[in-house]
Design a protein around this ligand. Structure first.
Ligand code: PEP
Length: 252
């Protein structure tokens, strides 16, 4: 049984008071969702305030990025130890916006994943093709490159703590969702890569989230797919009513 993860990526939204106010509203709305992991990923500035506000609830906190070094001359970056210290249990790594805006490479994703695991964080590693790549029938080639590069050199024990988020770039923030079948096809392919690289047992246990315009209206259809183990949600995670509706999607 793969325990579902519903994670909200707030991107560059919410001041500290807005973030705390949001989770205070969210807590009672998702309190009964005991069959899944409920995660919010505020911007760095609000991490510790949100972590304090959710203490004792079923909501956990993720950072949206981290640096792989323990410390050093890296202006604007934060380390795994720093986000752990701020109260994070998870970290999003390799989001397509970081790949696009900050030239994040598969090699950097790999370094970050290793550093996150060494620090005891659960990495949510994002992979996914652009529209041009999908239209050129290169989806699987891109996923393979991101998967093998991102997870190179991980031990089976380390890989067992990885969460993958399949996020087709053309579906992020566009309102255009992959159909449940399209998403499931890529998830199956990713699970196949996990099988090849880490063996059947770990592949079966790997949690693969879907991300890309997930909303209250489409989450149940996506979650009904055997291959889909949760969602990484951007826009619809910014309002307590829509995010709680996603977390509380009608179970089969
Ligand atoms: C995301 O930021 O990871 C995302 C999937 O965004 P949205 O839900 O807005 O498409």
């Amino acid at each position: 049984m793969r325990r579902p993860v519903l994670a909200g990526n707030w991107k560059m939204f919410k001041t500290i008071p807005e973030a705390v106010d949001f989770v205070e509203k969210l807590k009672p709305l998702v309190a009964k969702a005991e069959d899944c992991e409920v995660v919010v990923a505020p911007p760095f500035t609000a991490l510790s305030a949100v972590a304090a506000a959710v203490k004792g609830s079923n909501i956990q906190v993720a950072s949206q990025d981290m640096h792989w070094e323990k410390e050093g001359a890296h202006t604007g970056d934060v380390s795994a130890a720093m986000i752990l210290d701020a109260g994070c249990a998870y970290v999003i790594i390799g989001h397509s916006e970081r790949r696009q805006d900050h030239a994040e490479t598969d090699e950097n994703v790999n370094r970050k994943a290793k550093a996150a695991l060494a620090a005891g964080l659960l990495p949510i590693v994002c992979v996914g093709e652009t529209l041009a790549e999908r239209e050129a029938s290169r989806t699987q080639e891109v996923l393979e490159r991101q998967f093998t590069g991102g997870f190179a050199g991980l031990t089976p024990q380390e890989f067992s703590r990885i969460i993958v988020a399949y996020e087709p770039v053309w579906a992020i923030g566009t309102g255009r969702t992959a159909t449940p079948e399209m998403a499931a096809e890529s998830h199956r392919y990713l699970r196949g890569l996990a099988h090849q690289q880490f063996g059947e047992g770990l592949a079966v246990e790997l949690r693969i989230l879907y991300g890309g315009s997930v909303k209250p209206e489409n989450v149940a259809g996506l979650m009904a797919q055997e291959e889909i183990d949760g969602a990484l949600v951007g826009g619809a995670s910014l309002k307590a009513d829509s995010y709680s509706a996603i977390v509380n999607y009608p179970r089969k």
